[in-house]
Design a protein around this ligand. Structure first.
Ligand SMILES: *[C@@H]1O[C@H](CO)[C@@H](O)[C@H](O)[C@H]1NC(C)=O
Ligand SMILES: *[C@@H]1O[C@H](CO)[C@@H](O)[C@H](O)[C@H]1NC(C)=O
Ligand SMILES: *[C@@H]1O[C@H](CO)[C@@H](O)[C@H](O)[C@H]1NC(C)=O
Ligand SMILES: *[C@@H]1O[C@H](CO)[C@@H](O)[C@H](O)[C@H]1NC(C)=O
Ligand SMILES: *[C@@H]1O[C@H](CO)[C@@H](O)[C@H](O)[C@H]1NC(C)=O
Length: 550
């Protein structure tokens, strides 16, 4: 059994984000009150929020130098265990002059009445302290956790332009002191053990609100936490505050939620599997009629999904224009060729996961069938659906790769042979479905030939092409033969020039572009070898070629 440390997470109802987390203990007071500098005799009384209109500052009063420093802080007023409340302490440092008889302080919070207090200085002490810096401190303003407070300090009498305004954010319930002592922040603390075999969470609660029962449940967290089953009640009298909660899947958004049986009780949520993102990348759907690949996250997650083509070394090469962002909505890719090599790559943070929904070939729509007869490979295209393919025969030489690509229509359940003749050494077939938006490019490298005939490969389709074309001889095959094929070379050069024109300079570019090189062919003849490269309609593909052989 894996034992997890007791954790405390976010607090659902107060929207805590921990940003203003303060761990220090707050100052305790037993009774709130007003304190003034020694020698200053001050009196506190409620004040009117609508003060009389302001007066021009008295002679000799510099409005900007009256208030030196006004500080706002929180103290805890406690009447016993778990019975503390928050008070705002306002400490005003001012330069006393004979025209200042006191200060008026107003606090305003959202949705509450404005509360004002007046602190007046008795005449005798005022005269005595005139010209000195004095302090007036009061901590009787009730505030709530994470409350936003506006504070206005004026003089008495109310002199124009002698006003200080400030704002204050009360500490949040994430503050340890508040969580343990302020009833509206007391959630209880949840610790748990996971029993993965029995799919159970053994939960123990501590530091809960005394004299109250306690609820526990499992929920799936999204905007709110949606319960997955019944609540468990822990009675206040029970000596061991524990419960066993069964779960079905260890999802990152599965949380244990606990709260006391009081109105609007704050809740605590602990999510034992929050790092188990790999459990999210399941439930991928494919609709074979619509050819739509879809997936919906069972938990909200920030991730990027891309379709990719998996190479034999496990690297999955992204298909172009196949990225989608995920948060909580279903994502779908339409017109996808359900090829076993076509996969989905999920990236969250710095980690990636690859899932290949078609790997069992259940939905596979087409295949290349390779048979051997008298040392010759016979290749047929067979499709379960009527589809269009791009079929390219690519020949690699030391410096470059030259492909010639044709479009080929295949009727369903009707095998179409590719008529490959001649010298095919160092040639590979690149086949890709064209009638879909996302498809894998399957590469099949032809067996190296022993015959020292003309270094040419002729490919024609019995069904839809009557074209045959010449592929540039590969360097390996060339040695010793070139002299005999001078005439052919002349022909080839003419052909290449023509082709270059047609492809807008593709070939010449190719000869210097290493990315265009089809990967090295196997030295051993491979009967059912397949090499994959990403989408490469013509040889002018700038993406890195990727090799697979099986
Ligand atoms: C203002 O008063 C507070 C609390 O007494 C103190 O921490 C702070 O340094 C003072 N600021 C100035 C500018 O004097
Ligand atoms: C609670 O804890 C006690 C003592 O550890 C244990 O005997 C009991 O089975 C637990 N109850 C639940 C419901 O897990
Ligand atoms: C995904 O999100 C990023 C960042 O928010 C954005 O730049 C990008 O364009 C989005 N991509 C798609 C495919 O929506
Ligand atoms: C090439 O010829 C050698 C010897 O003649 C033979 O062993 C080998 O299998 C042949 N390779 C192919 C691909 O036919
Ligand atoms: C296939 O190629 C061979 C040899 O080049 C040729 O004789 C034959 O006519 C071709 N078949 C078709 C259907 O094109």
């Amino acid at each position: 059994m894996i034992v997890w440390a007791a954790l405390l997470m976010s607090h659902c109802c107060l929207g805590l984000n921990g940003a203003a987390e303060e761990n220090s203990g707050l100052e305790r007071i037993e009774k709130c009150g007003t304190r003034c500098s020694q020698g200053l005799d001050c009196k506190t009384k409620p004040d009117n929020w609508f003060p009389p209109p302001c007066q021009d500052p008295a002679e000799g009063l510099n409005p900007s130098s009256v208030f030196h420093n006004i500080s706002l802080s929180t103290v805890l007023s406690c009447e016993g265990r778990q019975k503390c409340s928050l008070r705002l302490r306002i400490k005003t440092t001012l330069q006393l002059t004979k025209s200042i008889h006191g200060v008026s302080i107003c606090t305003a919070t959202a949705g509450m009445m404005v509360n004002c207090q007046m602190f007046t200085f008795k005449r005798a002490s005022r005269k005595r302290m005139s010209g000195k810096q004095v302090i007036v401190e009061n901590d009787c303003t009730d505030i709530s956790p994470s409350q936003y407070v506006q504070v206005t300090v004026k003089t008495v009498p109310n002199y124009c332009d002698v006003t200080w305004k400030g704002t204050y954010d009360a500490p949040e319930c994430t503050n340890e002191d508040l969580r343990n002592n302020v009833p509206e922040c007391i959630t209880g603390r949840i610790s748990y053990d996971v029993n993965p075999e029995r799919k159970e969470l053994s939960v123990t609660v501590s530091n809960m609100l005394e004299d109250h029962d306690y609820h526990l449940r499992l929920c799936h967290k999204d905007f709110i936490c949606v319960g997955t089953g019944a609540n468990t009640l822990i009675k206040k009298g029970e000596p061991v505050k524990n419960a066993t909660l069964p779960y079905s899947r260890p999802l990152p958004c599965l949380c244990i939620e606990g709260w006391s049986t009081v109105m609007d009780a704050p809740r605590v949520q602990v999510c034992p599997f929050k790092d188990r993102l790999e459990d999210l990348w399941s439930g991928i759907n494919f609709d074979p009629l619509e050819e739509t690949l879809s997936w919906k996250p069972v938990c909200p997650v920030t991730a990027v999904v891309v379709l990719c083509q998996k190479r034999e070394d496990g690297v999955c090469v992204d298909l172009p224009h196949a990225y989608q962002n995920v948060s909580r909505e279903k994502i779908s890719f339409s017109k996808v060729d359900p090829h076993p090599q076509l996969c989905m790559k999920f990236t969250a943070g710095s980690q990636s996961w690859i899932r290949c929904p078609f790997v069992n070939a259940r939905f596979q729509a087409w295949e290349m069938i390779v048979t051997r007869q008298q040392g010759q490979e016979d290749i047929e295209m067979l499709s379960q659906i009527t589809a269009t393919f791009s079929v390219g025969l690519c020949a690699k030489s030391e410096a470059s790769t030259v492909c010639d690509t044709h479009t080929m229509h295949v009727t369903k359940h009707k095998a179409v042979g590719l008529n490959l003749t001649g010298e095919l050494c160092n040639s590979c077939l690149q086949v890709k479905r064209l009638d879909v938006k996302f498809s894998a490019t399957v590469i099949h490298c032809l067996e190296q030939s022993n015959q020292s005939s003309l270094p040419r490969a002729v490919l024609s389709s019995r069904a839809s092409w009557d074209l045959s074309w010449v592929v540039v001889p590969a360097g390996v095959c060339l040695s010793g033969i070139i002299i005999n094929t001078l005439l052919l070379h002349v022909l080839l050069t003419v052909y290449q020039r023509k082709k270059q024109k047609r492809n807008g300079g593709c070939i010449s570019e190719k000869q210097t572009d290493p990315d265009c090189v089809v990967p090295v062919l196997q030295t051993q003849p491979v009967l059912h070898g397949g090499v994959l490269i990403p989408d490469s309609p013509q040889c002018g593909n700038t993406e890195k070629a990727n090799l697979i052989s099986d």
